[in-house]
Design a protein around this ligand. Sequence first.
Ligand SMILES: [Zn+2]
Length: 349
Amino acid sequence: MEKLLKDLLMSDGISGYEENVAKIITNALSGICTSVETDNFGNVIGKISKGKKKIMIASHMDEIGMVVKHIDKNGYIYFIKVGGINDSILPGKIVKIINKKGAFITGLIGTKPPHLMTAKETKQPIVYTSMFIDVGLSSKNEVLKVLDIGDQIIFEPNAGVLNGDFYYGKAADNRISCYAMLKVMEALAKIEYLNAEIYACATAQEEVGLKGGKTSSFKINPDFALVIDTTIAGDMPGIEEKVSDLKLGKGVVITMIEASGRGTIVPQKIRKLMLEVALANNIPHQIDIIDGGMTDGAIVYTNREGILTGILSIPTRYIHAPTSVFNIKDINSTIDLAVKIIEKVAKEL
Ligand SMILES: [Zn+2]
């Protein structure tokens, strides 16, 4: 696995706590862009100036996680969830709490063992408010020496090769898209005749309401925005093909409608353009019409007087779990299609 991809997956950055992942992205963009800045909201925006038309690429850099809410007298830590997390995935998971000095404190999410549950309790799902984190310290005072109320909590960082082109990693949603965006910028920087000003924007706080996409697209006010995010792959037990026929390894996903239309409804002319470019360049691709879930695209395309927006997604298994699975070939086809779309938009749109 390439170091940049691994660093992005392993880095910490729940919504509102993106500083460390922002540093990795700023560093990578600095070598490619004419300017890189972090705005008031925490979005990282890199720019390549080659012409008039303004094109924005957006990938959110935040991940789902938790925040320390309360420490009891015996040193157990209670937390709030940040972003969409199903409580059933939490018990027994190893987490890292990141303190003000940047140290990673290891903890374990504990719950009452089944032996001591009442018959009624065993039938009910365990809610996160009855879970706690054990960091191996026995009093509130001891815990407060190493961490604070308000510190972020992430799932234990991991990233690697599962088998062949199948990779795994924490925070694949959406660090793999951040990686793709950086590679797209690298490729665009090498194109001399591109008549456009390209903005790469790593947005903050997407998982809690598409916030960074709102402020950054207002500021940039692009003629065209391309959002890159992950989407739910359907090639696993429990998901019927009619619900999702997206498969890992079958290519970049062209998203057309999100959340049954409550999210982005990609404009017809953008759908047509993206499909034509994929076909003309023989880029493996799949089409996504999805019932649930939305991306920064939903807020970008309704910003100002409406911003023309397209969405490319990378199919991913187990999104919003501690670790996800994806295929490197899909990342590569996403990069290829994004570059070709931007070339075409710069020329024609
Ligand atoms: Zn996402």
